[in-house]
Design a protein around this ligand. Structure first.
Ligand SMILES: Cc1cc2nc3c(=O)[nH]c(=O)nc-3n(C[C@H](O)[C@H](O)[C@H](O)COP(=O)(O)O)c2cc1C
Length: 198
């Protein structure tokens, strides 16, 4: 599809044309504090078996980006002691991508009757809802992970024990015309159920 992307003229058109941005291609400004609160409130309106809200949104303030960059630098040394200067520079760029950074944390309640799998699904739904909320408010967002999401050093800076980073979600504006990416064919992802022979 090469038509209009992120068409906000109706709820359906937004759902049918929503397209994430690559965080490295975002430009500012990010949402205002009240817009961000609105987005996160919408994002929290998510299916959640057991009403556990097993996820959190950690907001990284603009003036904390240097600290985030320093954290990534230390984490990268641990993750890859042979990391090149170019790799370190790339992480510093990541830490300073434009827009608002929200770290989505999966916070499942252990030993609960609701399986952790279902709690993690709810976290993914909350992330998707955050993208939708950001786009509905006229921003574009992008959800990325990479090695940083799995680094113990980075994890310990955002998560409590037992939690995990589900993603780094950057919210800003597109710096250039966006293109869609290939989408699955309907018939490849939707099928009629065949009951088993009993
Ligand atoms: C949990 C998760 C992690 C992701 N991590 C990355 C990543 O590290 N790098 C990347 O390029 N895309 C990553 N993506 C995919 C991006 O969101 C990507 O831009 C995607 O193509 C957006 O598709 P959309 O336009 O349908 O939202 C990730 C997606 C999810 C759900």
């Amino acid at each position: 599809m090469n038509g209009v992307l992120n068409d906000r003229s109706s709820a359906l058109s937004l759902l049918e044309t929503r397209r994430s941005a690559k965080p490295r291609e975002l430009t500012g400004p990010g949402p205002s504090p009240s817009e961000l609160e609105r987005m996160l409130t919408i994002a929290a309106r998510t299916p959640d078996h057991g009403k556990l809200h097993p996820w959190r949104f950690v907001i990284v303030a603009d003036d904390q980006r240097d600290a985030f960059g320093a954290l990534l630098r230390e984490a990268l040394v641990e993750h890859d002691p042979c990391a090149t200067i170019a790799h370190h520079n790339k992480e510093d760029e990541f830490a300073h991508y434009a827009g608002q950074l929200v770290v989505l944390v999966s916070a499942p309640v252990p030993d609960h009757k609701i399986p952790v799998w279902e709690q993690e699904l709810s976290c993914g739904a909350a992330g998707m809802n955050l993208l939708l909320a950001a786009h509905a408010l006229g921003y574009v967002a992008g959800w990325v992970t990479g090695w940083r999401a799995y680094s113990e050093r980075v994890k310990s800076a955002f998560c409590r024990p037992g939690e995990r980073i589900a993603g780094f979600i950057f919210i800003g504006h597109a710096s250039r015309d966006m293109e869609d990416r290939p989408r699955p064919e309907f018939g490849d992802v939707a099928m009629q159920w065949t009951p088993p022979a009993l």
